[in-house]
Design a protein around this ligand. Structure first.
Ligand SMILES: Nc1ncnc2c1ncn2[C@@H]1O[C@H](COP(=O)(O)OP(=O)(O)OP(=O)(O)O)[C@@H](O)[C@H]1O
Length: 263
């Protein structure tokens, strides 16, 4: 049984789409309270499927968990509707920075608080907190989200998720399609949120270099299986990680044919 300090447990999860396409066949990891964990892997490795399984969003895509279990705060997520998980503190920012483009940045943020009973003063306080983490959103608060940059839309999507006061924030590929400096800004803000508020963060990323720079730990997926978990600082030093995921050449003597689990 995991201790109270573990907020999310993914235990040997197998998942398929349409009862036919196997997407995951053995994904396991744990996320401790207050931890920033990165889920890494190439295109199609199963990162998005794992995150959708965590938020119980697979059934909406004709997907299902066939074996294994996912526990959030000690309860099995498969018994809870996605909306109930949000109210319980598990909030996901889906891939593709979904914003309401015809609403202002601030209206988008406020929309994230709908459903939670909050007085205006409380909502204003939360808005201010988000503007402190993302000063660029404060400057653009009256601008239509559709007219802001990709980075600002990603920040708006994250800010909207924060309005429901999550305990675990899950993000799918926040760096996608963004310039390197903007990606750094976003990860810096996530790290600050994690450090200053104790928010637990799970982020799926193809950009391993940036994820390993800011995360505490990382789990690597290959073809639907978690093959490696370790401290981000250790993974950054590994020759095989450098060669496979950080785009650097390992010396021929150390080049592996696949990643080896941390002992
Ligand atoms: N809605 C779906 N219906 C059927 N198959 C799917 C669906 N979504 C994903 N898959 C398949 O499941 C496998 C894992 O995909 P997934 O999107 O989870 O990987 P990923 O690591 O997130 O990759 P990417 O970075 O490209 O999003 C792939 O073989 C993919 O084709």
């Amino acid at each position: 049984m995991p201790g109270n300090d573990v907020i999310l447990v993914v235990d040997n999860v197998h998942a398929t789409y349409n009862h036919a396409i196997t997407a995951l066949h053995g994904v396991s990891f744990e996320l401790r309270r207050g931890e920033f964990l990165a889920l890494l892997g190439a295109n199609g490795a199963g990162k998005s499927t794992t995150l959708k399984a965590v938020s119980n969003l697979l059934p909406a895509e004709r997907g299902q968990i066939n074996a294994g279990a996912i526990g959030f705060e000690g309860g099995d997520v498969s018994h809870r509707r996605p909306g109930d998980l949000v109210r319980a503190g598990l909030v996901q920012v889906l891939e593709g920075r979904h914003c309401f483009k015809s609403l202002t940045v601030e209206e988008n943020l406020v929309s994230g608080g709908i459903g939670r009973s909050g007085r205006r003063a409380e909502i204003n306080q939360d808005l201010q907190r988000i503007y402190d983490f993302f000063p660029r959103l404060a400057e653009k608060r009256r601008t239509l989200a559709g007219l802001t940059s990709g980075g600002e839309q990603q920040m708006t999507a994250i800010g909207r998720a924060l309005m429901s006061r999550p305990r675990l924030l899950v993000l799918d590929e926040p760096s996608m399609g963004l310039a390197p400096l903007v990606v750094q800004d976003i990860f810096l803000a996530l790290k600050k949120l994690n450090r200053e508020t104790g928010l637990s963060i799970l982020v799926a990323e193809q950009n391993s270099a940036v994820a390993l720079k800011y995360a505490d730990h990382a789990t690597v997926l290959e073809n639907g299986v978690s093959v490696l978990t370790g401290a981000a600082a250790d993974l950054r030093q590994r020759e095989d990680m450098r060669a496979f995921y950080l785009g650097q050449q390992a010396s021929p003597a150390t080049q592996p044919t696949h990643l080896h689990a941390v002992a």
